[in-house]
Design a protein around this ligand. Structure first.
Ligand code: FDA
Length: 310
């Protein structure tokens, strides 16, 4: 497929991620059609054995209660409570796993203070259990608020929290410079949303180049870097970079998604690198699955094949 055709397909899939009709159809059969490859179960009970099997393979883990765009304060409060339950369970089961949350799942649409109140509760809960919370990064229109909330948490003395920067955004190198004095725990990703060309690099080659720049910038700054990519060319480059600069292996980790390049995950762990696998769970998996399909249109055929086989 040409680059232009792949970009068109990516746009179409990301648009379909917001289609309620498709979402309701997919929810009915989707886990059987292939979502189970990327989603670690529809409940916490289903997710726990998957996290344990990742730990058994020498991998650290991370989970998320899937969901986003919650506008009702009470619903968002219940999500925060759900995360405290997840943290309790991770501690009780002695899993090497932390959590990642989306601020729009914690009520950002109801107001910045609503989301702050909820995330602060979750981060406090994580600290009480010696765990850690990653705040995912969503659409470009949410970046300012997300970084403001992260700074506010840090200003209030919360240390067990990290944030994400997206290499496809023109602004990210500046955001990293601005965050540097906080010695942040940063996850660097390429970026998974549909963004206009006035805020994000439209060409994949530029995004890949920017990813390397941003990751190197993060690795050289104070703090901790999560290199979240499945791109083995970039991973090889950054391994050579950290070796050349003498960066200790406890200053960074690799992160990948459940169901994506499992062999690369175990190979890296076998070579003595920290590798963390993001294994989200919950019934609201549809937009998450669509972003995974958009990253690799070949995955669409994987789902269609399962559909034909039924
Ligand atoms: P790229 O897309 O170039 O893929 C490199 C290779 O990896 C592909 O050739 C293919 O072999 C394999 N691959 C990648 N994606 C695949 C898929 N879905 N299925 C099968 N194979 C695939 N984004 C965001 O905007 N905000 C966030 O908070 C996060 N959080 C996050 C956490 C973690 C742990 C990861 C790994 C990723 C994210 N992302 C994210 C998603 C990220 O922005 C990006 O969309 C994906 O990681 C895909 O990009 P790669 O860096 O893997 O490179």
């Amino acid at each position: 497929m040409s680059g232009a055709a792949a970009a068109l397909l990516r746009r179409a899939i990301l648009k379909a991620a917001h289609d309620p009709w498709l979402a309701s159809r997919m929810r009915r059969h989707g886990m059987k059609l292939g979502a189970a490859r990327f989603v670690a179960g529809e409940s916490l009970d289903e997710c726990i054995p998957i996290l344990r099997s990742l730990n058994d393979r020498g991998l650290l883990a991370n989970t998320t209660i899937l969901g986003e765009g919650v506008a009702e304060t009470a619903v968002a409060g219940a999500v925060a409570q759900g995360y405290l339950t997840v943290l309790d369970r991770l501690a009780r089961e002695r899993l090497q796993a932390n959590i990642a949350v989306k601020l729009t799942h914690l009520g950002l649409a109801a107001g910045e203070d609503v989301a702050y109140r909820h995330i602060a509760r979750v981060v406090e809960g994580a600290a009480e259990r010696a765990n850690f919370v990653r705040i995912d990064m969503e659409e470009s229109g949410r970046v300012d608020t997300t970084l403001r909330i992260y700074r506010r948490l840090r200003a209030q003395g919360h240390e067990r929290v990290g944030v994400v920067l997206q290499a496809y955004l023109y602004r990210s190198a500046q955001d990293l410079d601005d965050l540097a004095p906080l010695a942040p725990n940063l996850r660097v990703v390429k970026g998974a949303y549909l963004e206009p060309a006035n805020v994000a690099y439209p060409k994949k080659a530029d995004v890949d180049r920017q990813y390397i720049r941003l990751a190197e910038q993060a690795l050289l700054a104070d703090g901790y870097t999560a290199i979240a990519t499945h791109d083995d060319r970039i991973i090889d480059h950054l391994i050579a970079f950290t070796a050349r600069r003498g960066l200790p292996r406890d200053r960074f980790e690799f992160q990948m998604l459940f169901g994506v390049r499992p062999q690369l995950q175990t190979d890296l762990a076998g070579r003595g690198y920290r590798v963390r696998i993001a294994a989200p769970h919950g019934p609201e998996w549809y937009p998450y699955l669509m972003r995974r399909l958009a990253e690799r249109p070949g995955n669409v055929w994987f789902v269609l094949r399962n559909l034909i086989r039924r």
